[in-house]
Design a protein around this ligand. Structure first.
Ligand SMILES: Nc1ncnc2c1ncn2[C@@H]1O[C@H](COP(=O)(O)OP(=O)(O)OP(=O)(O)O)[C@@H](O)[C@H]1O
Ligand SMILES: [Mg+2]
Length: 300
């Protein structure tokens, strides 16, 4: 990163700060708290995208303004899961080719989706300038948001860490597979060292029952507690259910297509839990989104 780039970023930061929170809140009506929730995992293929999409749908169905941010720039698949073919994606926004309002699409139940670009190399490791553009862009979105659900990629690569750093709440999805646990541990450790969210929660997917899920959580939380002196809460579980696969094949959400299936009932329970609890944010979600992300960029 050269000096000119640093100066340009600093100038943009200055401008944002000088514009002030009040002016922005008045313009966007965004004085409410936006809960920024990341759905993440150490290992890939554990069910993040399915969970993120269904949760966002359920939050929207409850009358919340809920946006699903597809942050898995490597191989994005929110659009595939939902059977939509968006005209624009995050990549176009970051290149300045279109606006955020034209890029965000409506999904089922009134949920909003900010699609990612699939398999585009430049999107797999966002530069500092691109991250700032993204934050500017989200700030410029006119609708006040109650929830921003971020479907991150898997692992501990730059973008995954970055998007988790943006969140107030991090939901780590694990399965009973041993590698899923060790990879989750590695991710939590990196995020903890980077001082990410105050709230880490474990969601156990593809298990037989609650007993198995609690055992998985216990194994992970014992390690995290022992080595990091950190508590990871148990959020709940979603049983292994063939209907998940069937709904994905149909490009529909399971909670819409098979609302009484075991997996749907558990996803609904988790959405209820999230809706009932108080947000952990104490300040304006959007402003914090900005600050956190910048902090996340300051190698510390
Ligand atoms: N509860 C479940 N029961 C049965 N199959 C499931 C369940 N949850 C997810 N799956 C299956 O696991 C696969 C991966 O799901 P998904 O794409 O949501 O994972 P992911 O974590 O987003 O993957 P990636 O890391 O590649 O982005 C899908 O084929 C889906 O059908
Ligand atoms: Mg995914």
């Amino acid at each position: 990163m050269d000096q000119a780039e640093i100066l340009r970023d600093m100038k943009r930061m200055e401008e944002r700060m000088n514009n002030g929170d009040d002016a922005r809140s008045a313009r966007t009506g965004r004085n409410a708290v936006t809960r920024v929730v990341a759905i993440t995992s150490g290992k890939g293929g554990v069910g993040k995208t399915n969970i993120a999409a269904n949760l966002t749908y359920l939050l929207a169905a409850e009358g919340k303004q809920a946006l699903l941010l597809d942050a898995d720039a490597g191989l994005a698949n929110v659009d595939v899961i939902l059977g939509i073919t968006p005209q624009y994606n995050l990549c176009h926004v970051l290149r300045g080719e279109t606006s955020i309002d034209k890029t965000i699409v409506s999904g089922p139940g009134g949920m909003m989706i900010l699609p990612a670009a699939s398999g585009i190399q430049e999107m797999t490791d966002l530069s500092r300038g691109q991250k700032l553009t993204l934050l500017d862009t989200l700030d410029g979105f006119e609708k006040p948001l109650d929830f921003m659900v971020i479907d991150t990629g898997a692992g501990i690569a730059g973008n995954v860490i970055y998007f988790n750093m943006c969140a107030d709440e991090i939901i780590v999805v694990v399965t009973p597979e041993p590698t899923s646990l060790t990879d989750a541990y590695a991710l939590i450790k990196v995020l903890y060292q980077r001082q990410a969210a105050r709230r880490f929660r474990i969601l156990v997917n593809m298990v037989r029952d609650g007993g198995d899920a609690q055992a998985v959580h216990r194994r992970l939380s014992n390690a995290v507690d022992h080595f990091l002196s950190l508590t990871v809460e148990y959020l709940g579980f979603i049983p292994f259910d063939e209907n998940v696969h069937r709904s994905i094949k149909e490009q529909r959400l399971i909670v819409e297509l098979f609302p009484t299936s075991a997996a749907s009932r558990h996803i609904v329970g988790i959405a209820r839990k999230i809706l009932q609890e108080k947000a952990v944010t104490s300040d304006n979600g959007t402003i914090k989104f900005f600050k956190r992300a910048v902090i996340g960029d300051n190698d510390r």
